[in-house]
Write a protein that binds this ligand. Structure first.
Ligand SMILES: Cc1cc2nc3c(=O)[nH]c(=O)nc-3n(C[C@H](O)[C@H](O)[C@H](O)COP(=O)(O)OP(=O)(O)OC[C@H]3O[C@@H](n4cnc5c(N)ncnc54)[C@H](O)[C@@H]3O)c2cc1C
Length: 489
């Protein structure tokens, strides 16, 4: 196989880079070792905040790209039909010493180009905007441009739109080596064969250091930092109106309380380094730490503890350089790193894609805009879930499967599950991330078996071959009572 550019990794960064490059007349291939896009740890498990951009020190790459990314997402999310709600954020001061931090964050934000930042010291006004906020709060930095999204939906939508614009996405394809000759990129060796290519973008998340070393660039390492979460039932919808941060610590933005775009309340993450890039287990102590942190902002959560429906953990891909590494290299011409993309990587992704495109241009790649680039993704009809009954009835009249609710918690119909499979889902998690079936109160207890049956029917495979998230995660291992039959023989 031959291509002009090969992007390694179909997380939010790889998918966004691919979609940006699909404006140009180029043969673009994305290779992803998982069986689906957005299955990498940080992209599927993060807070889903499109940060305003006041956190990072002016002059860092992160600072430059965060506020730019925020502005770009507002436009792109509309184009690709992904959720983005500009609800604004507060950094909450609980004691006098916190005030100097709020002022510093405001100064940083203004230097980073963040619009309309304001320190609210009128406590009545603050509690009117956030009625359940800790009564000990004395002020808050208000950033009205902060927004919330669904990170996996965003990544899936970007990958879909890239594919609609001609990008080839090769799943279950692991990069094993990079061929560099005379200091130029020549090819990439994958688990499915060699791809001849002159330009490579490394967007491999937690593994970006290992990929970079394959091209001979090995001056940094990526160290995972765990972040754990609680997700609360939609019954708590309305408990908070904005994204609420405590004042930040030197290692993280702190434990957040936020609504999600789907109507849940999310709390987390903590920040605990781990050596294992596969260690996404939650821990009892970590979960307790997160709950205690959230109580500092919303004490009322104490009486809602039992309304938790899930806990999960994400892994930050933290570079030892402590900044994003977005660079081209003379010793491996054509190789571009987009590495060390920890928070605010989700926010910055479209600005990272612009920077990568610029580096490719400077490295000699000819970028000719092609006719017919379509920024709009083919829309998905969600009228049943939104109880838009006129549209829903029309949809059901056209296809009765839209009248068959599969996931009762999230009101997902068989029609939507089949549509998700047509759009590329092959696993239970693939359906979950595209439709939310299995993300509600019962966490898939009711819809799981039905989705297995639909996946088997649509993919024409036996139910025993259906997996949760690809190879090695089969859900069934035999027919009903097969073990009983075996022993009675
Ligand atoms: C706890 C937590 C909270 C966060 N909260 C926020 C937030 O609220 N807002 C925000 O802006 N950012 C946030 N972030 C940061 C954000 O999630 C990340 O910056 C972003 O997801 C990184 O995306 P990525 O595409 O670089 O990495 P990934 O999602 O890891 O994607 C890389 C892909 O490369 C693939 N890959 C790796 N090696 C190979 C190989 N050899 N061959 C082929 N494919 C390969 C992987 O399978 C993966 O799919 C948070 C991160 C964490 C962990």
């Amino acid at each position: 196989m031959k291509a002009d550019i090969l992007v390694i990794g179909a997380g939010i960064v790889g998918s966004t880079v691919a979609r940006e490059l699909s404006r140009y007349d180029l043969r673009i291939v994305v290779v992803e070792k998982n069986c689906d896009v957005a299955f990498g740890q940080p992209t599927k498990a993060n807070t889903g905040i499109i940060h305003a951009g006041y956190d990072d020190k002016p002059g860092t790459v992160k600072a430059k790209l965060c506020s730019r990314g925020n502005a770009l997402w507002h436009k792109i999310a509309r184009e690709i039909g992904a959720p983005l709600e500009e609800i604004g954020s507060f950094v909450v001061a609980l004691k006098e010493e916190d005030m100097s931090i709020l002022k510093e964050l405001k100064r940083r934000g203004e230097k980073n180009g963040v619009p309309n930042l304001e320190i609210i010291e009128d406590i009545e006004e603050l509690f009117k905007m956030e009625p359940n906020l800790n009564r000990e709060a004395i002020a808050a930095l208000y950033a009205p441009t902060a927004a919330i999204t669904s990170p996996y939906e965003l990544a899936i939508a970007m990958a879909e739109n890239a594919a609609e614009n001609g990008v080839k996405i090769l799943l279950d394809t692991k990069v094993k080596g990079i061929v560099v000759k005379n200091e130029e990129i020549k090819a990439v060796q994958t688990s499915k064969g060699r791809i001849d290519v002159s330009y490579v973008v490394n967007a491999a998340g937690l593994y970006a250091d290992e990929i970079s070393a394959m091209a001979g660039i090995n001056y940094f390492s990526i160290n995972p930092v765990k972040g754990e979460y609680w997700v609360f039932d939609k019954e708590l919808n309305g408990l908070v109106q904005h994204v609420l941060f405590p004042v930040p610590t030197p290692i993280s933005k702190g434990i957040v309380v936020t609504p999600t775009v789907d109507g849940n309340i999310l709390i987390g993450p903590n920040a605990n380094p781990t050596r294992d890039k596969n260690d996404s287990a939650t821990t009892a102590s970590g979960i307790d730490e997160v709950f205690a942190g959230a109580l500092n902002l919303i004490p009322k959560l104490a009486e809602k503890k039992k309304r938790v429906i899930a806990n999960f953990c994400g892994l930050r891909p933290e570079a030892d350089t402590n900044d994003f590494i977005i660079e081209a290299y003379d010793e491996a011409r054509g190789f571009i790193n987009a590495a060390g993309i920890k928070s605010p990587g989700l926010t910055a992704a479209p600005a990272i894609a612009e920077t990568v495109t610029d580096l490719l241009r400077k490295s000699g790649l000819e970028l000719r805009e092609k006719d017919g680039f379509n920024p709009f993704r083919k829309p998905i009809d969600r009228s049943v879930r939104k109880f838009d009954m006129e549209k829903a009835n029309n949809l059901i009249a056209r296809d009765r499967r839209y009248g068959h609710v599969i996931c009762r918690c999230e009101h997902v119909t068989e029609g939507e599950v089949v549509e998700a499979i047509r759009r590329g889902a092959t696993t239970l998690d693939g359906i979950k991330f595209r439709t939310r079936a299995g993300m509600g109160r019962c966490q898939g207890g009711f819809c799981g078996p039905m989705i297995v049956r639909i996946l088997a029917r649509e993919l024409k495979i036996p139910p025993t071959k259906v997996t949760k998230k690809g190879s090695g995660s089969n859900l069934l291992f035999g027919e009903n009572k097969s073990l009983l039959k075996e022993t009675s023989k």
